[in-house]
Each structure stands twice: as C-alpha cells, then as structure tokens.
Design a binder for this molecule. Structure first.
Ligand code: FE2
Ligand code: FE2
Length: 264
C-alpha cells in the first residue's frame, strides 16, 4: 500500500483539544501514576526536535519524501507535547521550555555525540541507513500508538480519552509512512535487512529511554504494559516488526519488557 506524502503534507494539522471538556479535572483529578506517565510522554514528544536534528545529519534528509515527512512529523509531535502540557498544567504541573532545556543540558556529552554518531553511521551505511531509520521510526510509532491507547483505556476520562485517541490517530499516520518506507527499502536489499536486524537487536530500547531516567522508564512501561492487556499490545508490535522483510522472528519489544520484569 502506497503512502500519499502530498496528501499528508497538505492535511497535516496540530492536534485539537479546544473543544474538549477538561473542567472535571478540578474536582476529579487524574491519579499520580497517570500524571507521571503523561509527563514522560509530554517530554518525549517535545524531544522530537532533537530526534529530528539527529536524522538531518544522515542520508535521510536527501530523500524528498522522508524530508517532507520529517518536517510535518516534527510539527505534529510538538503539538502532542503542547496538548499533554495543557493537561498537566490543569493539574498544577508545568512543563516549561526551561525544564526541557535543563533536561537536555543534563544529558551532556551523550546528547552532543548523537548527531556525530548518526552522521558517521549514516555516511558509512549510505542509503541503506534510511531503511534502518524507517524501521526504527515504525517501531517507535507503533509503541507510541500502543502507549496512548493503553492510557486511554486505563483513564477513561471522556475528554482525555478523546484527546489520546486523536493523538494515537496521528501516530497511526506516522506508522503508515515509516512502515511503507521500511517495507519498500528492505525489500530486495539483504544489506539493509542485515543492518536493520542488527541495529534493532543491539540498540533498540523503549521510546524515551535515551533521555528519561531509568526510574521513569520503568514506571511508564510498568504502568502501561504490565498485565495481559498490556502484553497483548507489546506482542502486536513485535508481530508488526516481524512481518517486515528480513526481520522475521524478532521480539525486541517483548524482550525489552522481559528485561525490566514487565510481564503478562
Ligand atoms: Fe506523538
Ligand atoms: Fe508519532
């Protein structure tokens, strides 16, 4: 199935929430564990501009479709951050730019090295690097969609559930782009398949784990994915990944949960 990038760039819009009723948060606030998860999601969404920086130094920027996608993707993810910051703000939790900046500074040399590493890897791998980028993006977007769906199921506040579903619908469009690109770039390239397989096996970790503390990662993964329903979502992501050419048999997401003791 083709992905219509022109339609995506024309239709891309910020997620809307002005029409949703959040007044009941004043008398019936979200529980602490949900707010902690929302703050993690919010900060990871805002971090997209840095993820974009890390891809702009690779061969991905030379693909017309990928660079057009990344432009819209970054904007949509920014607005996911704004939407979640609004919910957090209604609970007296403010996620300001100074807070985000402090977190980025705290990442120190690790953060500064990422674009250097990406540039070296990208230039060594050449256009096959783009295939790895697309697979990686697909896994992360499948994970983001699953996370929002799980939080909507755990916290069925009417306004919040609608907002989370709207965000998940945009994550589904991101999945469609990345997975379509990944499939076509992996097909017929044993080098791209081997690179993607090795990269996922060696380096994939849950979204946000490169920037958030381990305690926060553990909380969010446990909150959303512990138990039978959460495990079903995890296994569904692995099944999507394993259907991509050359990635048969991979169970990277379940493996990452097992390593953290997050089980069915
Ligand atoms: Fe997002
Ligand atoms: Fe996304």
């Amino acid at each position: 199935m083709a992905f219509d990038i022109d339609r995506f760039t024309h239709n891309s819009d910020r997620v809307q929430w002005d029409d949703l009723d959040f007044e009941s948060f004043a008398s019936d606030p979200l529980p602490g564990e949900a707010l902690r998860t929302l703050q993690y999601m919010c900060e990871v969404e805002y971090h997209t501009v840095c993820y974009l920086r890390d891809q702009l130094v690779t061969p991905s920027r030379r693909s017309a479709d990928v660079s057009a996608f990344m432009t819209m993707w970054n904007r949509e993810e920014f607005w996911h951050g704004e939407a979640l910051a609004h919910i957090l703000g209604l609970h007296g939790i403010s996620v300001t730019y100074d807070h985000l900046k402090a977190r980025r500074i705290k990442l120190g040399w690790r953060d500064r090295m990422v674009p250097v590493r990406q540039s070296v890897l990208g230039n060594v791998a050449g256009k096959d690097f783009i295939a790895v980028h697309m697979v990686w993006g697909a896994v992360n977007e499948w994970s983001a969609g699953a996370a929002y769906k799980r939080l909507a199921a755990l916290e069925p506040h009417p306004g919040l559930a609608v907002l989370l579903k709207r965000i998940a619908a945009q994550e589904a469009r991101h999945v469609a782009f990345y997975a379509t690109q990944a499939r076509s770039r992996l097909t017929g390239s044993s080098k791209a398949q081997a690179l993607a397989r090795t990269a996922l096996q060696m380096a994939w970790a849950p979204v946000g784990s490169s920037i958030m503390s381990d305690d926060e990662v553990q909380h969010v993964m446990g909150h959303l994915f512990q138990g039978p329903q959460g495990r079903r979502e995890i296994e569904a992501i692995d099944k999507h990944v394993a259907r991509l050419p050359g990635l048969e048999g991979l169970t990277i997401v379940a493996d990452a949960m097992d390593a953290r003791g997050i089980t069915a």
